[in-house]
Design a protein around this ligand. Structure first.
Ligand code: ADP
Ligand code: MG
Length: 236
């Protein structure tokens, strides 16, 4: 059965797009048919990380009623289907987020796993993504402001009736000022399903427009993401 997972965080810059893109590629490496959709329609950057920037037809064209979703799906690394939002401000202005729900349903039917990269905050796109998804993964950094924003996302997800898969703690460098995994689990009251270290390879891979798990598969962050992907799809 197909499953849709929303990746959200409340706070910006926690690593949602990095995790969404690389989890998608990692799951594809394990043999799953995966799609990843950029629901951050105002600040789209999934396409940059997946090396698919500048595509002529994007999600924003579809949400504006100017194109069919089938024409906004591109094959990316490891055969992952990527639905970029496009970086054109003009197209974003015309996009109607209300159409997102229908788009998500259409893609859901094409794959085993659909990963939805949410924007920061609790705007319309995030709410539609979370309510359409089967499960939420919340990406946090080990600091109190990030955890406090994640609490809001978790509360909203509970209200919407979507399952909470757990939290991924990203950019961990084991400094004494960081919140521990245990403390994060206690505050959020959800399980931490993975810990991704602070790793300079993440930025390097983004600069090359190639997903980390492909360009630097042995890097600490790539290994952590592969492990999370394996756990999520039940690979032993
Ligand atoms: P979001 O989608 O939540 O806004 P991004 O995935 O775009 O976050 O990441 C924000 C910035 O943090 C990017 O420059 C990215 O390269 C960097 N980053 C994310 N995760 C890590 C990590 N584990 N180690 C180092 N840099 C990271
Ligand atoms: Mg992002």
């Amino acid at each position: 059965m197909a499953i849709a997972i929303a990746i959200a965080s409340g706070k910006g810059g926690t690593g949602k797009t990095t995790i969404a893109a690389n989890l998608a590629v990692a799951m594809a490496k394990f043999g799953k048919k995966v799609a990843v959709l950029d629901a951050d329609i105002a600040m789209a950057n999934l396409e940059l990380i997946m090396g698919l920037e500048g595509k002529p037809i994007t999600l924003n064209d579809v949400l504006a009623g100017k194109a069919h979703i089938k024409d906004a799906i591109y094959e990316g690394p490891e055969g992952v289907l990527v639905i970029p939002a496009g970086i054109s401000l003009e197209k974003f202005r015309r996009a109607n987020p209300e159409k997102l729900e229908e788009v998500l349903k259409t893609i859901h039917d094409l794959v085993d796993i659909l990963i939805i990269d949410c924007p920061a905050g609790i705007g319309k796109e995030t709410l539609i993504a979370i309510s359409s998804a089967d499960g939420l993964i919340v990406v946090v950094n080990p600091e109190i402001s990030s955890i406090s924003d994640a609490l809001k996302i978790i509360a909203i997800t509970r209200r919407l009736g979507t399952d909470i898969i757990g939290a991924i703690v990203n950019r961990v460098s084991n400094e004494s000022t960081e919140l521990s995994v245990k403390a994060i689990e206690t505050i959020l009251e959800v399980p931490v399903i993975g810990v991704v270290p602070e790793d300079p390879h993440v930025r390097k891979a983004a600069a090359f427009g190639t997903p980390l798990v492909i360009l630097y598969p042995d890097s600490p962050a790539a290994q952590a993401i592969m492990e999370i992907a394996a756990k999520l799809i039940g690979v032993k």
